[in-house]
Ligand binder design. Structure first.
Ligand code: MG
Length: 374
């Protein structure tokens, strides 16, 4: 089997709210076509036009090429060889950051192709499933006021979710407001629901983060996520060492090398590789195995379309410890409508897709409706 074409498709809602930390407003979908008539689908949750440029770029020299050129004519079933080929062929400008993010979507598409070729679900290619469903935590943005936060928590808990994450929004503007928001979320969600707090780099330094985490501990957050900027690794270590609440981060990080640093130097408890950013399923498996071997929990970040939800479920089905799928509940059409058979959540649990490959079918009409031509 040979790869005959690689497409990078930019999708974008007509109106974008740039003030919201909501990455469901645009998307970069990849399709990898083969001479066997099988097409693999993937996505990258990064700046879509930047990623498209990295995929489409012509070769400059031996270690600086666009990714499409590195894949054309290759056998798509050689997934790890092609991961190395893309990494080596882009190492001059890639190696971390968006170079690896662009690779991620293509790597996901290769798993989709191999699963379809063998007529098995993608989890079968990664060691097999340990579970056919798992808890999904509802992932949403923190409203601006405590009253709205309480009502939103109550509404989401009533949908049957046993865990809800509130992120970004007003977190970090004012210490008293932070506590009022979290108290309101706990009231709305009730005592039996796990709540997670995503601070969106809102706390100014490690000292402040330690004080705030101690202050919020009485509301029993399951974890506190990204209270500090991603590069304040020493700050993370000081925070994680000082508090009992688990500290989570990693959604901006790529490769096993950066996750090793988050563990060894950052002392993080919960690692959150995004499969569409960290290096695809190939690298996410390595990161998850490393996390497990060092007693850390891996809960992938997933906040884009139904493609990443499915890819994340296939990985989570295989892991020894998989407490949650991150399940974005934003109502934007790219999140809810791009995949015709999206992940099913019932009673707070997400079912692992069982059809070959990722087990999803794109809605071509939605793809055409949001295709963005600069
Ligand atoms: Mg986050």
């Amino acid at each position: 089997m040979r790869i005959t074409e690689v497409e990078a498709i930019v999708l974008r809602m007509p109106e974008i709210d740039v003030s919201a930390a909501d990455s469901t407003q645009d998307a970069l979908v990849v399709r990898v076509h083969t001479d066997a008539g099988i097409t693999g689908v993937g996505e990258v949750d990064a700046s879509p036009t930047v990623v498209k440029a990295i995929i489409d770029a012509p070769p400059s020299h031996a270690i600086s090429s666009g990714l499409r050129e590195l894949l054309l004519g290759e056998d798509p079933r050689d997934i790890e060889r092609l991961w190395d080929r893309m990494y080596q062929g882009s190492i001059f400008y890639g190696r971390r950051g968006v170079g690896v993010m662009a690779m991620s979507g293509l790597d996901i598409a290769l798993y989709d192709i191999l699963g379809k070729a063998l007529e098995v679900p993608a989890y079968r290619l990664m060691g097999g499933a340990r579970r056919s469903s798992l808890p999904a935590y509802a992932s949403t943005l923190m409203p601006d006021t405590p009253d709205e936060a309480e009502a939103h928590a109550r509404e989401v808990a009533a949908q049957g979710f046993g865990a809800i994450k509130f992120g970004w929004g007003p977190f970090g503007r004012d210490a008293d407001l932070d506590e009022e928001l979290v108290a309101a979320v706990r009231r709305g969600a009730g005592e039996g629901v796990d709540i997670m707090l995503d601070i969106g780099f809102g706390w100014r330094d490690a000292e402040h983060a330690i004080a705030m985490t101690r202050r919020l501990a009485r509301y029993r957050p399951r974890w506190i996520e990204e209270p500090l900027p991603p590069d304040d690794v020493e700050g993370y270590a000081r925070l994680a060492d000082a508090v009992d609440v688990p500290i989570a981060a990693g959604e901006e990080n790529t490769t096993r090398f950066e996750f090793a640093e988050l563990i060894e130097r950052g002392h993080l408890d919960v690692l959150q590789p995004d499969i569409s950013r960290c290096g695809g399923l190939t690298e996410a498996r390595r990161i998850a195995a490393m996390a497990h071997s060092r007693g850390r929990v891996c809960v992938p970040h997933a906040w884009s379309t139904g493609i990443i939800s499915a890819a994340s479920l296939h990985l989570l089905a295989t892991l020894p410890v998989a407490p949650y799928l991150e399940y974005c509940i934003r109502p934007n059409p790219l999140n809810t409508g791009l995949v015709r058979n999206p992940v099913v959540v019932e009673g707070g649990r997400a079912a692992v897709p069982q059809a070959p490959g990722l087990g999803i079918t794109l809605d071509e009409a939605e793809l055409a409706r949001f295709a963005w031509d600069a």
